[in-house]
Design a protein around this ligand. Sequence first.
Ligand code: UDP
Length: 312
Amino acid sequence: MKVLITGCAGFIGSHLTEKFLKEGFYVIGMDNFLTGTPDNIAHLFGNKNFKFIHYNVVNYIYLEDKVDIVVHLACPASPVDYMHHQIHTMKVNSLGTLNTLGFAKAKGARYVFASSSEVYGSAQVHPQHEDYWGYVNPVGPRSVYDEAKRFSEALCMAYHREHKLDVRIARIFNTYGPRMRIRDGRVVPTFIEKALKGEPLPVYGDGKQTRSFCYIEDLVEGLFRLSVYEGLEGQVVNLGNPEEISILELANLIIKLTESKSGIEFLPSRPDDPPRRCPDISKAGKLLSWYPRIRLEVGLEKTVGWFRNKVV
Ligand code: UDP
């Protein structure tokens, strides 16, 4: 079986590529290294079941290979990155989604789209279930990501209804672990770097906003099952860890785990920063028999271990 993974050199993409290889798949990975890095996949270059194509999927995709599954992960994913690459973020989730969907249709392949909890915006219901339509500011700074993911989801469902394409949508909640870029601006790498350097941890707002963090290994297992299980055409599934924590608690936990002397620096809150985010994962449990296994403290220990030799 062959799978095409766009964004294979990113944080989630590189781990998912490894998972598919481990499960005996042939993987064609595509990336343009906008936010991903060759370091994440360098160890795979000698693998005879892995082929890398340096490519920007906003352009038309042509491959001779027979492909069974397409997973479209390519996209700047941290708020700092997508605000830095606003137009590209919108292109990869419109032109990129269109091209990869068209490619899947031409190959008769299944299509898995990496959507995001951001489609729920500043959610008015809690926890967020797949049936909730979201509360998104269409013109705010985060809209380049939120609305683009929403547009991609609509496009996936149009291909499903009109062309009977077997599409599946994963709404991925905050994920963390080794291979995140230290300075991608997301909260976990930022806090770990600051704590290891003994510098204050920057908390936006009062730190009472919550997130629910899923360890990469768990997330990848869920994504893999969503990609390979039969009978999931047209399904939208939340993937995340429902263990909710405030950002202030997270800061203190990371200070404790790193035995750091760092303090906390409160900064003005970011516009449209969702106040609470936590997935309802009952659907993933039912359809995929999936539940995250790695507790936050355990996952953070592993992540801190990985970051220790990167922080100078
Ligand atoms: N955050 C923070 N300090 C940072 C980075 C993020 O306090 O250096 C907060 C941010 O305001 C948000 C949460 O941590 O409430 C998660 O932010 P992140 O950028 O990791 O991703 P998001 O969940 O907002 O997409």
